[in-house]
Design a protein around this ligand. Structure first.
Ligand SMILES: Cc1ncc(COP(=O)(O)O)c(C=O)c1O
Length: 430
């Protein structure tokens, strides 16, 4: 008789990360290859910058000395050459000049996608039981990151102007009354075209958010993490100032941005503009992970900027997505508008259309719609309940995140038609 093999004894942090929704969704995609995915947050395949990258690699490798330099390890905070370019780039986005930006190059940290920055910040700011405020709904992968460090996540309802600042303030007052203000560390805001809702925080609320963070920093500093992943994917609608722009002292707001959406996610280059006293903790923590993100890719992107290839490409990408956004909205009108109780957000940018169904239609993994959609109609969406914090039974579960990122125009039309059929089938049964 063989003795049972000892089981691994995983850490508490591993237990907190267990059951990640993103792994389940990816597994569904792999197991059902014929399924048309309106779930994947991947970017448009046909507009990826092959020619631009080829040109930049050739340029980068032209001088063998420079080639060897970029193939060597870099530093935890990343290549100075790209960080310098980013100061110029962000200044352009902010409508100012690099010397008026109010930061120096030492406050720019390059990471492996902006996702790594989100994770590093959670690591350096959050102890188990610390409080983080997020919008309801919000980016579900960041919710996993927060659970992974044992954060207590408090959801603040959002409306058409983004997170409700009056409700944020009311929650802060409640937390203070409970004697827990010292546990509040972070307010997380996806300020442009929120993933999943497509909604942007209004200019007024951006300013209020900074005022609130300052006013409630009575014991320790409360930070705002401004996740601006979709900032450069604006197709129409008003131009908005960043939340970061209202933080004149550059003390409260961390600005996280990425090249994944506007250029290429495969390069995995994201970056943060950090308050000065967060730079060393973030870089020390990052040193434990990787001693610095891909040095080669950082120089590649700097070369893309040097050759003037970035902006024209980003413009092309925006035009492609604008067309695909319109295609999804037209398909929504065509296939869903006759269904009672169904409505959706018209996003001015980003990659998602957020659709609400009647309450009785459960869109979660456990409900009949997901099964009907994936296994019979062969189309996949992201269940809306994943984008809310809190126990599963307390989350709204009649919404869907639909992405126009990865499908072409005809795939979008076909996917929306299939999804409408799935909704009709389960509505008949409900
Ligand atoms: C809101 C948001 N933030 C951050 C990220 C991370 O992207 P990346 O790590 O590719 O920069 C994503 C990716 O989809 C996102 O939707």
């Amino acid at each position: 008789m063989s003795t049972p093999r000892p089981q691994p004894k995983l850490s508490q942090r591993a237990a907190w990360c267990h059951d990640s929704a993103i792994s389940f969704l990816m597994q569904q995609g792999v197991e059902n290859p014929r399924v048309l995915s309106l779930a994947a947050g991947l970017v448009d395949q046909s507009s990826l910058p092959v020619a631009e990258v080829q040109q930049a690699v050739t340029e980068l490798m032209r001088d063998p000395e420079r080639g060897r330099h970029v193939l060597q390890y870099g530093t935890s905070s990343g290549a100075e050459r790209l960080r310098g370019r980013l100061v110029e780039h962000v200044a352009r986005l902010e409508g100012t000049t690099p010397d008026r930006l109010g930061i120096d190059i030492g406050q720019v940290v390059l990471t492996t996608g902006s996702q790594q920055l989100l994770s590093l910040l959670a690591e350096v700011l959050i102890d188990p039981g610390d409080i983080v405020f997020v919008a309801a709904p919000t980016y579900f992968v960041f919710l996993s990151v927060l659970h992974g460090v044992g954060a207590r996540v408090i959801s603040i309802p959002a409306d058409d102007d983004g997170m409700r600042m009056d409700l944020l303030e009311a929650e802060l007052a409640r937390v203070e009354a409970a004697g827990e203000l010292s546990r509040v560390k972070l307010i997380y805001l996806v300020s442009w075209f929120e993933n999943p809702s497509g909604i942007s925080l209004s200019a007024e609320r951006r300013q209020q958010a900074v005022e609130i963070a300052k006013r409630w920093s009575k014991r320790q500093r409360i930070f705002i993490l401004e996740d601006a992943a979709y900032r450069e994917l604006r197709y129409d609608g008003p131009e908005l100032p960043s939340v970061w722009s209202f933080d004149a002292e550059r003390e409260h707001v961390i600005l996280a941005q990425t090249f994944s959406k506007s250029f290429s996610p495969g390069l995995r280059v994201g970056y943060g503009l950090l308050p000065r006293d967060l730079v060393a903790p973030v870089c020390d923590r990052k040193g434990n992970d990787d001693f610095g993100s891909a040095h080669f890719n950082q120089h590649l992107l700097a070369t893309v900027f040097d050759l003037g290839l970035y902006e024209p490409h980003a413009e092309k990408v925006r035009a492609t997505y604008r067309t695909k956004r319109d295609a999804m909205l037209q398909a929504a009108d065509r296939y869903f508008s006759h269904l009672p109780g169904v409505h959706w957000v018209h996003p001015h940018g980003g990659l998602y259309v957020w659709m609400t169904l009647p309450d009785r239609i459960d869109t979660s993994f456990r409900g009949p719609l997901f099964d009907e959609a994936v296994h019979r109609q062969q189309v996949m969406y992201v269940p809306g309940d994943l984008c809310y914090a809190g126990p599963p039974e307390s989350r709204p579960n009649h919404q869907m995140r639909l992405s126009f990122g990865v499908q072409d125009v005809s795939g979008i039309g076909e996917g929306m038609q299939r999804l409408a059929r799935a909704v009709e089938r389960v509505s008949d049964e409900a």
